[in-house]
Structure formats: C-alpha cells, structure tokens
Ligand binder design. Structure first.
Ligand SMILES: [Zn+2]
Length: 185
C-alpha cells in the first residue's frame, strides 16, 4: 500500500514536472511568439490538468504551403482507408472560399490552427488576430478536455460548450492575456 501511494506521488510529481515543460509543435505560426504561446498554455493548465494531459501538441501553420505536405499525406491516407470525412475536412482547410480555422484530432491528440485562414477571417470580421488566436486555442483545448473526460457530447453541444468555455475563460484571464499580448509588441 505504501509503495502504491509513494508511486502515485512520484507519478504525480513527474506529471507536474512535465506540464511545466510544454512542448509545442514544429510550426508555431507568426501571430504569437513561442514564449507567448507557452504562457497561454500555462494559463490553460492552471485551469486543470485535464486541459493538457499526455501529449501537449499544438501545430500552427502560418502559410498554406506549410500545410500542403500534410494535406497530401492525409488525402492519400483518407483515400486508402476510404475516410470521406477526413478527406473533406482537409480539402476545406485549403479551400480559399471557406474559413476552416482550427481542428482537434481525438485520434492523434493534436490541435492544429490554420493561421492563413484565421487571418482572412479576422480581416473579414475586423478583430485582432492575437485575441482571436488565443480564443481559438482555448476553444480547441476545451475539445481536448471533453475528450479526456469522455463527455461524449454530440457535435452541436461540443461546439457550444467549447465556445462558452473560451469566452468565459478569456474574460476571466483578460488582464493576464493583455499582458502576454503586449510582450509580443
Ligand atoms: Zn470546435
């Protein structure tokens, strides 16, 4: 029993240690710097460990061409396993007439943000890219939370929940966020 408890404490410590060292993906985009992104993720983590359990992978594609190699591989795979949904989603990301801004893949536990679409959208609705990027990160991490807690929400409710969370969490941390954004200027 004592060994078990000691084990759990050690394991917990190890997790905490890992959480402090958030790993970002290869591509981090151009809207926020790495340091700023790390601070945003730390903010998420302060809300609960469910937001960053296991791998903390976030990929931000700044330009269309950065996404093209991934697109080609995925379309190839989607064709191979006849996954129509995956194919359509990836096509939409490169489509200049739609605004596919971000996605969370439950299978791979990866959050992706498509900055080239996000910037177009921010221009269209006239909002600050930094603010919007941060809200999108909160939104996608909430999907991760839903998955980690096995909430099994349907698409509509999952989106509603993510949207609400991002909104409330943004307001709750407004001062900290403003400070983080200012660091990039
Ligand atoms: Zn969503």
């Amino acid at each position: 029993m004592i060994i078990l408890i000691a084990d759990l404490i050690l394991f917990n410590e190890l997790l905490l240690y890992m959480f402090k060292h958030i790993r970002l993906g290869f591509n981090i985009g151009t809207i926020l710097r790495r340091k700023q992104l790390n601070k945003i993720l730390e903010l998420m983590l302060s809300e609960g460990k469910e937001y960053c359990i296991q791998e903390r992978r976030l990929n931000i594609y700044a330009y269309r061409w950065q996404f093209v190699p991934f697109y080609l591989v995925r379309i190839g795979l989607a064709n191979l396993v006849k996954n129509h949904e995956l194919k359509e989603l990836n096509k939409k990301i490169l489509d200049r007439t739609t605004y596919e801004i971000a996605s969370y893949s439950e299978n791979n536990n990866i959050i992706e943000i498509y900055e080239f679409n996000l910037l177009r959208w921010c221009n269209k609705i006239n909002v600050s890219p930094e603010n919007y990027m941060i809200e999108i990160i909160f939104h996608e991490y909430r999907h991760k939370y839903q998955f980690n807690l096995n909430l099994k929400l349907n698409t509509e409710n999952a989106e509603k929940d993510s949207e609400e969370f991002a909104n409330i969490f943004f307001k709750k941390n407004k001062n900290a966020i403003e400070q983080i954004i200012a660091e990039g200027k």
